[in-house]
Design a protein around this ligand. Structure first.
Ligand code: QV4
Ligand code: CA
Length: 516
């Protein structure tokens, strides 16, 4: 089998064009700066994201949350709101406002993660242990800073003995009972709709361009529709008149449950969790999965239609065993395979792409389960988050991983922008784990995930010339030099590629912007 896969094959095709932005050279990818302080996001927009063509940042939930000290300040406390005041571990309201405006100024959009399905855990107690110091009483369901009180929660609708979701096969439980004990809001009620929309509109007016809506599976589509229907148009200081917020909804649908992602797709984009799970399995070569199978990647794999999908290799939950996805999910802990997966995602036209930017934690796997999956961001003993220092080589210090700053990932973000709107062409594979494909005449990628050398003369569809591989290096500032491999595309559009199986990054990518 291996030997046959490792045979050489050829593709065909033709194309001529010069490099320019056919639509506009706008960004196409979102980066989730998980747990980043607002101040650092502002700097990152100006110094890194804008110049490197990133479209947007997904920020951690900006609303006030409960302060959890057992365990010590877990990242997940931010998914337990206390009010819609805007002070959090990432900073003050003023810092949030300043960050949004600075990012908008350089053309990087901000998408806020909004937690609107619930408030804090029923067992969170009573007092002012919250990030803005607002009083709450979880037992009595009192949140005077919103205000919400007992009548604004779903207790009367939920029929399980525990009050929690016990069976995901029952759509009523999933929507009307408590998700892991989190007090479940009654979105059928006018007051709740008004408060939730009011919170989101405060952010829209401040300049956010949209939302990642948390836990949508646990809310009725008709309620979400009513809430979205109240949203203001984007702030005209930065966006064209009449622009609507971009909404992407977290629904984990891996199949096998009665609630489907498609119930939400007419309201906005939806997270496609099958994407990372299946791609991870292919890159790991599990169960006979191989890269050649990706020739049909998309709907025929059971993925939702491309124009509805928000896609990612991993997210803040499944990179640490929360949420769904399972063992196949690739993360920064396995950098070689991870970069391959991210490069494939960014090169392939399917979906709106989101990149994960993580922090390192003391991972401690016991029988596949991480004992430290709760650990919060790099922080000082008092629990405040440490800033994100940038090293002279452009990497991040203090435990911040900054996958989005890895040059292979950064350069593929630009590849996607340059190739935007172009069809997938010139697919080639060896029947195994060596593949290549192009995007119109704008970009071409070759990946070798086999155990033998890839050595092939391939039709790239690109104009003749010399190109710099953006994975092993990149074009130098002056545009003449190349710090990586040089790829020569002939008059017939063909180029010769050699990728050893042992290379640090066994893939090569060229695009119209890397032409020498
Ligand atoms: C525990 C028990 C419960 C008990 C409860 C009350 O497990 O059975 O009822 O105590 O005593 C944390 C703890 C969790 C604890 C809960 C309430 O981990 O053990 O319950 O708090 O105290 C994040 C974390 C959760 C965390 C939650 C709130 O992942 O572990 O819960 O924040 O702090 C499903 C959903 C999907 C969801 C995914 C994780 O369909 O929507 O699970 N994903 C999103 C976010 C995710 C977040 C939430 C939803 C909740 O991406 O980060 O959960 O806002 O698949
Ligand atoms: Ca609910």
């Amino acid at each position: 089998m291996k030997a046959r896969w490792c045979l050489l094959a050829l593709g065909l095709g033709l194309g001529v064009s010069h490099y320019h932005c056919r639509t506009r050279c706008g960004g196409t990818s979102i980066v989730h700066l998980f747990e980043w302080p607002w101040r650092d996001i502002a700097e990152e927009c100006e110094n890194y994201l804008a110049p490197n063509g990133f479209a947007a940042v997904q920020i951690s939930p900006p609303s006030e949350n409960v302060v959890v000290t057992q365990p010590w300040r877990p990242w997940w406390e931010r998914y337990q709101p206390i009010s819609y005041k805007l002070c959090s571990r990432s900073g003050t309201e003023q810092e949030l406002r300043d960050m949004i405006s600075r990012c908008n100024k350089v053309g990087v959009k901000i998408y806020a993660d909004v937690v609107i399905n619930h408030m804090c855990s029923a067992s969170a107690g009573e007092g002012r242990r919250s990030t803005c110091g607002s009083y709450f009483n979880a037992r009595e369901e009192e949140f005077p800073s919103v205000p919400y009180s007992a009548s604004h929660f779903n207790d009367d609708k939920c029929t399980t003995a525990s009050g929690n979701i016990e069976n995901y096969q029952d759509i009523y439980q999933v929507r009307d009972c408590r998700l892991v004990g989190l007090l479940d809001l009654a979105h059928r009620k006018e007051h709740v709709r008004e408060r939730v929309a009011g919170y989101m509109n405060t952010l829209v007016d401040m300049g956010v361009a949209g939302f990642r809506v948390d836990a949508c599976k646990h809310m009725w589509p008709e309620d979400l529709k009513a809430i979205y229907g109240r949203l203001h148009n984007l702030n005209t200081e930065w966006f064209p008149e009449g622009s609507k917020p971009f909404v992407y909804q977290e629904v984990i649908d891996l199949g096998g449950e009665p609630i489907k992602a498609s119930e939400y797709s007419r309201l906005g984009h939806v997270t496609e969790f099958k994407y990372g799970a299946k791609l991870g399995s292919v890159i790991r070569r599990w169960n006979g999965d191989k890269l050649a199978d990706l020739k049909t990647w998309g709907e025929s794999w059971g993925l939702m239609p491309s124009d509805q999908a928000l896609v990612f290799v991993d997210n803040h939950d499944n990179q640490r065993g929360h949420g769904a996805g399972g063992a196949s999910i690739l993360t920064f802990w396995e950098p070689r395979m991870y970069k391959m997966a991210v490069a494939f995602m960014l090169a392939h036209p399917y979906g709106v792409t989101r990149l994960m930017s993580s922090y390192r934690w003391d991972r401690s796997l016991v029988e596949g389960r991480d004992q430290n999956d709760w650990m919060g961001p790099p922080s000082y003993p008092d629990g405040s988050t440490k800033p994100v220092p940038i090293n002279p080589d452009g990497s991040c210090g203090e435990g911040w991983v900054c996958e989005h700053r890895w040059h292979q990932i950064r350069n593929m973000v630009m590849f996607r922008n340059v190739a935007h709107g172009q069809p997938l062409l010139n697919w080639w594979d060896n029947g195994g784990n060596q593949i290549a494909f192009g995007r119109g005449d704008r970009g071409f990628i070759v990946i070798n995930n086999d155990d033998c050398t890839l050595d092939a003369l391939l039709q790239t569809g690109m104009p003749a010339g010399s190109y710099c591989d953006v994975i092993s290096g990149q074009r130098t500032a002056a545009g003449m030099g190349c710090t990586g491999k040089r790829i020569t595309v002939g008059e017939d559009g063909r180029a010769h590629f050699t990728i050893k199986a042992t290379e640090q990054d066994p893939f090569v990518a060229i695009h119209a912007g890397s032409k020498l």
